[in-house]
Design a protein around this ligand. Sequence first.
Ligand SMILES: Cc1cc2nc3c(=O)[nH]c(=O)nc-3n(C[C@H](O)[C@H](O)[C@H](O)COP(=O)(O)OP(=O)(O)OC[C@H]3O[C@@H](n4cnc5c(N)ncnc54)[C@H](O)[C@@H]3O)c2cc1C
Length: 671
Amino acid sequence: MTKLNSRVPEGPIADKWTKYKDKINLVNPANKRNIDIIVIGTGLAGGSAAATLAEQGYNVKAFAYQDSPRRAHSIAAQGGINAAKNYQGDGDSNYRLFYDTVKGGDYRSREANVYRLAEVSGNIIDQCVAQGVPFARDYGGLLDNRSFGGVLVSRTFYAKGQTGQQLLLGAYSAMNRQIARGKIEMFNRHEMLDVVIIDGKARGIIARNLITGEISRHSAHAVVVASGGYGNVYFLSTNAMGSNATAAWKVHKKGAYFANPCFTQIHPTCIPRSGDYQSKLTLMSESLRNDGRIWVPKHIEDAKAIQQGKLKPTEIPEENRDYYLERRYPAFGNLVPRDVASRAAKERCDAGYGVNATGEAVYLDFKAAIHRYGKEQALLHGDKNPSEAKIIELGEQIIEEKYGNLFQMYEKIVAENPYKTPMMIYPATHYTMGGIWVDYNLMTTIPGLYALGEANFSDHGANRLGASALMQGLADGYFVLPYTIGDYLSNEIRTGKIATDTAEFEEAEKSVKERLEFFINNKGTHSVDYFHKKLGKVMWNKVGMARNEKHLKEAIAEIKEIRADFWKNVKVPGKLNDFNQELEKAGRVADFLELGELFATDALDRKESCGGHYREESVVKEGEQKGEALRDDVNYSYVSAWEYKGEPSEAVLHKEHLEFKDIELKQRSYK
Ligand SMILES: Cc1cc2nc3c(=O)[nH]c(=O)nc-3n(C[C@H](O)[C@H](O)[C@H](O)COP(=O)(O)OP(=O)(O)OC[C@H]3O[C@@H](n4cnc5c(N)ncnc54)[C@H](O)[C@@H]3O)c2cc1C
């Protein structure tokens, strides 16, 4: 079996990155002008990388399937971005952010990468402030912070509920400067459909113009994949509907190992599903758990009455409410990590205490926070004896300032006023920790091919902490790749322009065209969505929040069947050389149908419970932790890196064994 080389530098963890940077090979400025880099994706990870690489002097070609980098899925990020600045003076440090991230990820991430992430986190905030990102400020004008789950400090920087949008505007303006200088050539509305490998190195891509259907070849000395996550394998998720796994899956099929595909994050606070004809789920940011309290009725009769529409939550007195997170996890309460909060919601709903007609919802209630803030505001206004109405009015104003856009979004979707009645929430697929395997340099197992942001597997282990994805994407793009890629490119300064009229480009283009033609010519009977929904149901029911051997085996068999049916019966209307979204979707769903099988195969291999991967067979049976997920460090303390071999379930497993030298391995406890 191949030993994966993670290329982690030697030495004490706090010095690794600095010393490594001191010794790494560099490319001189004149030579950078002769080197081309392709960046797939211009979300926060790809956008920050493209801007920085171009600023350094490389020639960048950037690709995105949207009509502008501003529309990348990163724009949806609501809650915030972490950084160990310790502005609150509440004990934060690089080590604590590192520790929280490794623990939050249930000890399934690579220590050295996570430490580096914590180390550069502060630079990200400085960089973004310099770009003009309007982070929230406190009364004195300093940058404000709030808390996110799984930590005991406030380290989350935010811009109302629109942090991703503001950060993306910052990265986009940095990109625009380089586009104007001619250092970035931007290919909007272009989808990368294959990577080209020459003599074992990534040398280019095949792309389709989504407006005209034209297929084009692009060469480079290195290719960077920053194409986002694959949560839409579940069909319903909080991801943008266009988010897909095609770029990641194509490079996997050409030799890049795919790591930990089963590590998915099911986010606890999403608006519950309303029915079978829904195409998207909506997140209610984790930041709401700073002030919202999660509960279900204590008595099953009350839950039933609510489900039947005979009782309202506001009619249930305090003593008859079960604030189950505060009850089970007194140390972290409503701010336990996402995997723990999601499972706890499922447990209550499975036991019959759900609070909507489907029985799959719990309450997120702001009443206590409205009172607390209202009383404080009244005092600040000099009113020592405020009326109840005044307290509520003042309290609601504060909640509106903090979360106004989220409350508005909720009201528009659910048609209920969340200031007056508790929100209903339920877990939904949100983020994928798994992704393309990368070493310390963020290079994949294909030389010259890099992966960044949500597209790679690094840093978050089996569960990502809130507000850490933006941190990782921007760390990768602004502060890690621009150094590490030089090490590889220093050997490319004599290569010269890479030709595209080679057999490898010819072959890749041919197979892309054949597949597109197949879809258009197939005389099938069912739409692409029909198959995607079927896949999503199998994934949610059998590879979702709780997994077991029997269901996983069934899932693998069922996904194979759906895939076979898809290739026989899929119907794609429209033309080949035209704007054709059904054609785009067909290719993406074909890839999801393979990835889903690998996902279930990985989940079957990992018989332990860890982070978002909960195996019903691996649960604590006795004592204070009874019922909690049980990790197995003896047998599963590794990253699963899968090598493509044809059928996804026949992929070969390579194990990167994880070493914990700076953090003691412990069963997680948030009690
Ligand atoms: C609703 C929501 C809220 C969130 N809130 C937060 C938060 O508050 N804090 C936090 O830290 N994280 C949050 N996250 C997670 C975070 O937003 C994402 O993990 C992160 O933005 C991903 O960034 P990215 O650059 O890796 O990918 P993306 O932003 O998804 O960008 C992918 C890019 O790749 C391009 N692309 C993809 N495939 C191809 C292809 N084949 N060819 C060409 N281009 C391609 C796309 O066009 C796009 O430009 C949230 C996620 C969701 C769903």
